[in-house]
Structure formats: structure tokens, C-alpha cells
Design a protein around this ligand. Structure first.
Ligand SMILES: [Zn+2]
Length: 477
């Protein structure tokens, strides 16, 4: 891989990119609306602007700056941006959309002939502005969300510039959405129709060289017909990404199914699926083991729910705390266990299935899993008998699929629902990845600056990355 990258750099030596690329948001809204809305708003801890339009623009530019710092290039990328009324109903809505403004092939230094590239990437590879004065990316965001009438219970966007400035629970932070959408414009998309399988103007996108059917091992650019590609687009879980840099990076960013193993006493020994929390760190790949101790708190609705400070801290310290679901947020419980010295926490459900374990609290530093009500009851029923367990991950990386033909390598799955969802199918990672990835079809509001597998994928399609970011992880080690 290193040799390949080196060769690419040498062949393009005349335009050797030296550093981060400049990405500029171009305000395309009209006077007084969208990004020019003069409505006075209170400054946020991370966003000092005091008009609605200026706060919005600051978030979009922050997302642009984050991507710019991760990618190499000498040619400025310009992003047309607007806030417009987009689809929304009581139950769902389009938050935003973005894409390349034009498509280009066979430009100077094009890595693969007769393949469409987005102009943001083509320009860096060519060392020249192949699309002239036209902006490289177009983007829009749903202004209707701020009316509070779009999507039940959603009170609108939150214009924080930082994850450390937490969004109110009924607001949607714009930054993760803008960060996701910009990635589409930078090249996280095919230009081939996911509905019909037809290549654009008779030519394939560079994307299609890596979009592959796991059963036959054939990529989209090599498939015999549009009908074959059309079938592939809805073939979940058999639509995979075979770019070698992404494939090599999978273990750095993905884990297997979260699991809880009870190792003692023998009478309740078991290994079951668990639900990893959306907050706090994940356990290490090797798992985290210890004695499991049921928490006791100062009371409130229940002394077992961990909603108040724990009173059995001496027993909890250095152990895995067990807290029953309900009466307060998951983050409150786990924080109380952490304050008592627990090394990890389990929350047992108060209904069937696994608890959702949603929430956000940057001050939580211990891992936590949700487990079933039945298992929680079994553990509590042991009384004074020591219970030991292990929070760990299954061996198969979630969201991957193995080729059914040699070399049988596991690869990242791509979004391939049936029926096809134009704009979503094919140009996102699968929704089954764990942990969640930036480029899944639904935005995860906690992904403010994590690019995970997007950087390896961008390198597969031709982007160069500053050396310091080649192994840029937000990964596990
Ligand atoms: Zn998307």
C-alpha cells in the first residue's frame, strides 16, 4: 500500500500537495433568509454569533474546516450552501443533502481512466481547477426544522460548534449533519443510478470500481448489465466495498456484537448479546472482567436504580456495578457508578429485550452495557454469592460480509435496502456497523468530528491524506 501511494505522489510531483485543503462555504441564501437570517439569538458556549444566520454559517464552516484539515490539496474547494424548506412530516424529515456539482474523467493525473470523479477530488489530483469558477459542492439544509413543526417533538437545530457544548435533548445538532453531507460532496457517492444500474453518460464512477457483489466478487464497473447492478443495489447484506485501504482498516474502527458473559457462579453462567452505551468509552477489544455488584443508592423511587448517589461504594469500587433501568437517564446511573469507583456498569432492562443505552455525557469515562431483565434478576438473586462477568465483543466485526469466492476476505457492507432508496442506497455504509459510522444513512448526533472509515474509503478512491492523518483513527488504539 505504501509503495502504491508513493508512486502516486512521485507521478504527481509537480503538484505535490503540501498540506490541508481549504474548504470555503459560499452563502447562497437571499437577503434576510437562511444563512442571512437576522433574527437575534443568544450566543452559545461554543458559537459566539448572535444572529440565526451567522450561527448557521459558523457551523457549516466548522464542518468544512474539519474536513479540510483531514485531506490534502492545493485547490480551494467551494461549497454552495443554502437553508431551504425540505421534506418533513410529523414522523420524519430530510435534514440536509449535498453532492458534487459536476463530474470529471480523464483529467491530468487521473488515477483510473474513463471513471467519473467529483470535482473536489479531480482538482487536487490534477493540481488545477478543472471545473473553473463553478463551486465543487452544492448543499442544502432543512430550514423547516427550526419551525418546531417538523418531526414530532423536535424543537429545531442546535448550532453548537463543539461536542463539549451538549445539545438539548429535543434539538438536532447541525454540525454532525453538515460533516456527513460534506463527505458526499467530497466523493462519498456514486454517479451511477442506484435505481436502474445505468452508468452516467455511459461511464462508471470511480466508486463503482470498489462497489462489489459479495456472492460473485464482481464490482459494479465490471458487471454485465444494468440489471445486474440494479439487483446488486438491493442485495443486502451482499453489497460490499472492496477498496483495500478500507478493508485493512476495519479492525481499527469496527467491533463485533457487544456481549455479556457470566463466568461464575456456574448456575447462572451464560453468554448473551448486550447493548453498548452510546456514551462513555467502549471496553477494550480484550474485554473488561470483574466482579458484578448490585448498586444500592440513597433511595428515591428505587434504591436499585442508581438515580441517586450510591451508598455501597466500598463494595462497588473496582467492580462492575449493576443498575436497574428506569426513573432517570442512563447517563445519571452510570455516572453515579463511576463516582463510586466502578470500572464498568451494567443496566438491566425493566421490560423485554435490551435497553437502548442512549444519552450523552462527555464526563463519563467507564464503559457500560445494557443487559436483559432476566439476567439482571439472576445476578441480584445470588445475594452474597460472588458473581463475575466479562463485557466483550463477538469475533465477527459488525457490518461486514465475507466474499463467497476466493480470497474470502471480509469487507465493509454498503447500504443496500430493498426496495431501493435513491440518494441513500449504495452511497452509504450499512446501518449495521458497530460502533456507528459517520457515513451511515441516518445521522448519529454524537459524531461531531469522528471520520472513522471515511478516510480509508477516501484514500481508496484517490484522496491523499497528510501523513499525520494516514493512520488518523478516532480508532480504538
Ligand atoms: Zn448521507
Amino acid at each position: 500500500m505504501n509503495n502504491r501511494i508513493l508512486a502516486l505522489v512521485l507521478s504527481a510531483a509537480a503538484s505535490l500537495p503540501a498540506s490541508a485543503v481549504t474548504i470555503t462555504i459560499v452563502n447562497n441564501d437571499g437577503a434576510g433568509e437562511g444563512l442571512n437570517d437576522t433574527t437575534a439569538v443568544a450566543a452559545l458556549p461554543s458559537n459566539p454569533a448572535t444572529t440565526l444566520g451567522a450561527q448557521r454559517l459558523a457551523v457549516l464552516q466548522q464542518a468544512a474546516n474539519q474536513w479540510g484539515a483531514l485531506l490534502e490539496g492545493n485547490i480551494e474547494i467551494r461549497v454552495n450552501a443554502q437553508f431551504n424548506p425540505l421534506t418533513c412530516s410529523g414522523t420524519s424529515g430530510v435534514l440536509g443533502s449535498a453532492g458534487a456539482t459536476t463530474i470529471h474523467q480523464n483529467f491530468a493525473n487521473a488515477p483510473v481512466a474513463n471513471r467519473w470523479y467529483p470535482p473536489a477530488l479531480a482538482n487536487q489530483l490534477a493540481g488545477a481547477d478543472v471545473n473553473g469558477a463553478t463551486a465543487e459542492i452544492t448543499s442544502q439544509y432543512n430550514v423547516t426544522l427550526d419551525s418546531g413543526t417538523c418531526i414530532n417533538g423536535n424543537a429545531g437545530w442546535y448550532y453548537t460548534l463543539s461536542e463539549t457544548d451538549p445539545s438539548p435533548t429535543n434539538r438536532t445538532p447541525l454540525l454532525p449533519v453538515a460533516f456527513h453531507e460534506l463527505a458526499h460532496g467530497l466523493g462519498f457517492q456514486t454517479f451511477t443510478s442506484s435505481s436502474t444500474g445505468a452508468p452516467n453518460g455511459g461511464f462508471f464512477a470511480i466508486w463503482d470500481n470498489f462497489l462489489t457483489d459479495a456472492v460473485t466478487g464482481t464490482n459494479w464497473a465490471s458487471m454485465a448489465s444494468d440489471a445486474t447492478r440494479q439487483a446488486s443495489a438491493i442485495s443486502d447484506p451482499n453489497l460490499i466495498w472492496t477498496g483495500p485501504i478500507t478493508t485493512a482498516a476495519l479492525p481499527d474502527f469496527l467491533r463485533g456484537q457487544p456481549q455479556i458473559q457470566i463466568t461464575a457462579p456456574a448456575g447462572i453462567a451464560t453468554t448473551e448479546n448486550a447493548q453498548a452505551a452510546a456514551f462513555g468509552p467502549l471496553p477494550p477489544q480484550t474485554g473488561i472482567s470483574g466482579e458484578i455488584v448490585a448498586s444500592v443508592d440513597t433511595g428515591g423511587t428505587s434504591a436499585l436504580d442508581g438515580c441517586e448517589p450510591l451508598t455501597n461504594g466500598a463494595a462497588i469500587a473496582g467492580k462492575i456495578a449493576l443498575l436497574v433501568r428506569g426513573n432517570c437517564n442512563f447517563t445519571v446511573k452510570v455516572k453515579n457508578a463511576q463516582n463510586a469507583g466502578a470500572i464498568a456498569a451494567l443496566v438491566d432492562n425493566n421490560a423485554a429485550g435490551l435497553p437502548g443505552m442512549a444519552g450523552s455525557d462527555p464526563t463519563i469515562t467507564i464503559p457500560s452495557f445494557g443487559i436483559t431483565q432476566a439476567l439482571g434478576n439472576n445476578i441480584r438473586a445470588q445475594g452474597a454469592t460472588t458473581v463475575t462477568g466479562n463485557l466483550f465483543f463477538g469475533a465477527t466485526l459488525a457490518g461486514t460480509q465475507a466474499l463467497a469466492v476466493a480470497p474470502f476476505t471480509r469487507h465493509m457492507r454498503m447500504n443496500a435496502p430493498n426496495p431501493v432508496q435513491p440518494g441513500s442506497s449504495v452511497s452509504h455504509f450499512t446501518v449495521d456497523a458497530f460502533p456507528n459510522l459517520l457515513m451511515e444513512p441516518s445521522i448519529n448526533s454524537n459524531l461531531f468530528d469522528d471520520v472513522d472509515l471515511s478516510i480509508p474509503l477516501f484514500r481508496d478512491i484517490g484522496w491523499q491524506v497528510p501523513v499525520s492523518n494516514v493512520l488518523f483513527a478516532n480508532g480504538f488504539e
